[in-house]
Design a protein around this ligand. Structure first.
Ligand SMILES: Nc1ncnc2c1ncn2[C@@H]1O[C@H](COP(=O)(O)OP(=O)(O)OP(=O)(O)O)[C@@H](O)[C@H]1O
Ligand SMILES: [Mg+2]
Length: 247
């Protein structure tokens, strides 16, 4: 289970209609099972990097291979293998779905449109909810849950997908101290199981006890790339991004 799972070569990404690219000349190789933290100030390009990796944004120059797939040829195939927990997501308060149904939606990419979930799908969804400690929320309408509870549902949905790569954008922002620690432990276990974990975060106080690859972004570029211990991450980010590393 070694070898690159993400290779970006000379990648530029631009938003529709934007005068300048938001990612500039990204050259990055990430191996299976690496635990990557992406830091840097607001507007640096962290979310753009995640959405480039899973093919949601258009690459204007360069090439990308994700899970052995040419991203420019098969973005759907890439997204089937990549989990993505987006930043600041909130479900519609009137959404008709229960939390359990939302988690089960993580299986839809495997099912195809006309197939109903089968026993393994239901089991995967149930296990993902157990891992987040939210089994008791399964029947609650998703829109009635708190921000932190909704975030756990979204993480569970992506776990149920059984991805090869898990992208998480500020996953700790709505979580209480206990939940933060348990999600950190969960991500540690995922990386231990060979899943590549990439976390965008401004909080570095509860990183798992393992080598951390820290990427610091500034102005759409990766300006620092080190593998270090969890304790060293904050200083590296602060030094590489200037005084507003915690912005
Ligand atoms: N939908 C969009 N259309 C045009 N430009 C955008 C869009 N989203 C982001 N940008 C621009 O791309 C750049 C990078 O934004 P991005 O959201 O990746 O930053 P970030 O590092 O995730 O910041 P934050 O810490 O605030 O989440 C910024 O200059 C931003 O203005
Ligand atoms: Mg962002």
């Amino acid at each position: 289970m070694t070898g690159p799972t993400i290779t970006l070569s000379g990648v530029y990404t631009a938003y529709e209609g934007a005068a300048n690219p938001s990612l500039r000349n990204i050259n990055l190789t990430i191996d299976r099972g690496e635990f990557v933290v992406v830091g840097g100030p607001n507007g640096a390009g962290k979310t753009t990097l995640l959405e480039t990796i899973n093919g949601m944004l258009r690459i204007t120059h360069g090439s990308a291979r994700i899970c052995g797939i040419n991203l420019l040829e098969d973005g759907v195939g890439v997204r089937r293998r990549v989990g993505y927990v987006i930043q600041n997501f909130a479900f519609d308060p009137l959404s008709p779905f229960t939390a359990g149904e939302v988690v089960l939606m993580g299986r839809y990419g495997r099912l195809g449109y006309l197939n109903r979930p089968k026993e393994p799908d239901i089991r995967a969804a149930r296990q993902a909810m157990q891992m987040l400690g939210i089994e008791d929320l399964a029947d609650a309408p998703i829109g009635t849950l708190s921000g932190g509870q909704q975030q756990k549902v979204l993480i569970a949905q992506n776990l149920a997908k059984e991805p090869e790569i898990m992208l998480l954008d500020e996953p700790f922002s709505n979580l209480d101290l206990i939940a933060k620690h348990s999600v950190s432990t969960l991500l540690h276990d995922l990386a231990g199981a060979g899943i590549t974990v990439i976390v965008v975060s401004h909080a570095f106080d509860d990183l798992p006890p393992r080598p951390i690859r820290i990427l610091v972004m500034n102005g759409g570029e990766v300006t620092a790339d080190h593998t270090c211990t969890p304790d060293e991450v904050e200083d590296i980010v602060r030094t590489a991004s200037g005084s507003d590393a915690r912005a």
